[in-house]
Design a protein around this ligand. Structure first.
Ligand code: UD1
Length: 385
């Protein structure tokens, strides 16, 4: 290998939030003469609405390899990705593995690469909810421990990593690739009126939404949706809220399955609630941007609402993204239905939190990642030359 051989970078995606993050990274890596990215899809998410539509809208190149692992328990999913990925690395060893976020595909790929002594770069490093009941928290801890390059989105991540004795030279504050994608796509966002028509919202709903505005709701965290009692309480609160403010609620497959198993559909049969299958990215950001408020338990939505300046009520006891609270428009409200209803009333009365854009959430995070990755690989090559 000589000094001009391009470096091979394998990028891993598995689940919906990964697709949003990888889009600008693939573009930035491809634009560097010294880097050749290859996209490996684990197949953790596979439905059209959770997967293919994102590749189309975000203009992500088709994956070079699909491991087709599908659904399963956390352990099954992680183990299947590991078993399927090892032969891929053995057949063509990358110079570096790039992983994003905190899903099962992230930790699985990191484990395989680490055992083969392939350097790992982790995008969105250092976030901590300090709640190990979340599968994502375990994924974050292990991925960061094993990563050689840690790219962070907010300053608190550096504190968390320093606390865990990660060497500072491995950490680079680059900003937020999810916001790169948001800014790149906003002008193509779908008008809410079109989305309401497509999902079959009633005329009465559409005219109420035009007149009063609407709330955009997403819920899919196992801690909120896997327990039928908690889920019923949350859906009951949505029913109450919908009598004041129309609600559009695209339902994640996990949540839809739980609602069906527990027979909770009647709670959603309200004239002020328009349900939908999972929505495409351009439809989701179109609704988020226009919403009077957002209720969510998603990590990415907390960040997107902060970047858009839309009040966000997070139905969780903690967040790994505290900057969205300290500087952004996010408020943690827990999962008590009465508190949720009161928080919505408060936003409707006061207009909600105002917030400002966090440092380096400027649409250029992926460019910084590509530069830092190339510099890291070049240093490694010089060291052995
Ligand atoms: C995963 C991530 C979570 C992320 C979320 C975004 C982990 C531990 N969790 O959670 O961090 O916020 O993606 O969506 O990696 N299903 C389908 N079609 C699909 C995919 C899933 O029907 O294309 C159903 C299956 O019944 C599956 C369930 O949804 O069992 C959950 O999917 P899974 O990938 O296990 O986790 P998510 O809840 O999506």
């Amino acid at each position: 290998m000589n000094g001009s051989t391009p470096f091979k970078i394998d990028c891993i995606v598995g689940a919906r939030p990964n697709f949003v993050k990888i889009a600008p990274i693939m573009r930035a890596l491809s634009s560097r003469a010294g880097l050749v990215p290859r996209l490996i899809h684990t197949g953790q998410h596979y439905d059209f609405v959770m997967n293919a539509v994102f590749f189309d809208e975000l203009r992500i190149p088709a994956p070079d390899i699909n491991l087709e692992v599908g659904s399963g328990t956390n352990t099954e999913q992680t183990a299947r990705v590991m078993l399927a990925l090892e032969p891929v690395f053995l057949a063509q060893r990358p110079d570096l593995l790039m992983v994003v976020g905190d899903v099962n595909s992230t930790i699985a790929a990191t484990l395989v690469a680490s055992k083969m002594l392939i350097p790992v770069a982790h995008v969105e490093a250092g976030l901590r909810s300090f709640d190990r009941a979340m599968p994502e928290e375990v994924n974050r801890l292990v991925t960061d421990r094993l990563s050689d390059l840690l790219f962070t989105t907010e300053r608190v991540a550096l504190d968390n990593l320093t606390h865990e004795n990660v060497a500072p030279e491995r950490i680079t504050f680059v900003g937020n690739v999810m916001i790169d994608t948001l800014f790149a796509c906003l002008e193509r966002a779908v008008d809410p009126g079109q989305t309401f028509a497509e999902i079959g919202a009633s005329e009465a709903f559409q005219s109420a939404a035009r007149e009063k505005g609407f709330a955009f709701v997403t819920l899919h965290r196992p801690s909120n949706v896997d327990d039928p009692v908690k889920l019923a309480a949350l859906l009951g609160a949505l029913a109450t809220i919908s009598r004041r403010l129309p609600i559009v609620f695209p339902i994640h497959p996990r949540t839809r399955g739980m609602i069906a198993n527990a027979g909770l559909e009647p709670l959603l049969a309200e004239p002020g609630i328009a349900t939908a299958p999972p929505l495409s990215y351009l439809r989701a950001i179109g609704l988020m941007r226009a919403a009077r408020l957002v209720v969510t338990d998603s990590g990415g939505v907390q960040e997107e609402t902060t970047a858009l300046g839309v009040p966000c009520l997070t139905a969780r006891e903690n967040t790994e993204r505290p900057i969205t609270i300290d500087q952004g428009t996010n408020t943690l409200i827990g999962v008590d239905p009465a508190r949720l209803i009161a928080a919505v009333d408060d936003v409707l009365t006061t207009g909600g939190k105002k917030g400002r854009a966090p440092d380096l959430w400027d649409g250029r995070a992926a460019e910084r990642i590509a530069d830092a990755t190339l510099a890291f690989l070049q240093r490694g090559r010089e060291a052995i030359a």
